[in-house]
Design a protein around this ligand. Sequence first.
Ligand SMILES: *Cc1c(COP(=O)(O)O)cnc(C)c1O
Length: 377
Amino acid sequence: MAVYLDHAATTPVHPDVREAMLPFLGSEFGNPSSIHRFGRDVRSAIDEARDAVATGLNTEAKRIVFTSGGTEADNLAVIGAAVANRDKGQHVITTAVEHHAVLEACHYLEEIGFNLTYVPVDETGLVHVQTIQEAITDETTLISVMFGNNEVGTVQPIAEIGRLAREHGIILHTDAVQAFGVVPIDVSALPVDLLSVSAHKINGPKGVGALYVRQDVPFTPRLFGGSQERKRRPGTENVPGIVGFGKAVEIVQNELGDKSKTLFKLRQAMVDVWEASGIEFVINGNTHACLPHILNVSFIGVDTESMLMNLDLEGVACSSGSACTAGSLEVSHVLKAMQLPEDVTASAVRFSFGLGNTVEEVQSAAETAVKIAKRLR
Ligand SMILES: *Cc1c(COP(=O)(O)O)cnc(C)c1O
């Protein structure tokens, strides 16, 4: 018996998604750029998937650029927008708690001569609009702030940051990879210009994602080649991936309200077990502005690695935070930025919920964690 509670790292492919992809690994093999019937059939499947992703964000299909995943979408947005606007200024603002896909893109910008400001967060991982306002200079052309954090779940005040960016004529990018398909996102109402999403976090396949690009937002491509994706991202399309992504968005779109509620119930079920058990624990993150599927907890005195190893032995799969940090003993940059006490960061564990998890298995995993914490203390 194994319980998978690591959905922030990746999710299983939905059976209907796999079903939708299969023809494109078989008879539907044409190149979507070909004008003959083999190409045309495949082209229309990509069009449908683009419509589905656009509908999921409440925008038009032509605003969607398919990429190889969330990482490429983040790189494309951050580097593409900064470089395209270089003549207007060379200052970019981001936060200390971004995913590595944004942070490393920002480090690259520094290498090629840009000035970066990494604004701090409070102890719940929240970015304060004021700190962004204070960081803005005449040179600022781009702000990149994630929608919801992948390690602690904190949801940032994107609408407010967007209004601030608009007032100053600054482009706003948001990494919505962890939030998309978990909470509603409507780019027609939200003042954002660029927004990254990924398929494998919402029961779609790995290696495919998309960047939403608002009309007239200047950005330069990062790859050069053919004219696919309206010259914004060349290369023969990952057809099975794109079709699967479209299907995954369609499925989640139809049940988003229920999904959010279910995920929150699972999260609460885990907390309830710990509260009833009398075990000492601290939740890391923001209790009000939080993604419903992420629960970062510290059982102080029980180090992260021992907890994870013991949970794994008992069949419970979770993580220390981002998958990129897992496997190394380094303290997560997110928890570091939150300036939590050392005994809290040294014992942080992330549980993340998804489709298929039941209240019973989550409760049982919570009890297992209590048992391990008591034993190791
Ligand atoms: C997973 C993740 C990414 C990277 O997406 P990939 O599709 O795995 O490249 C970027 N940002 C956040 C917040 C994520 O959770």
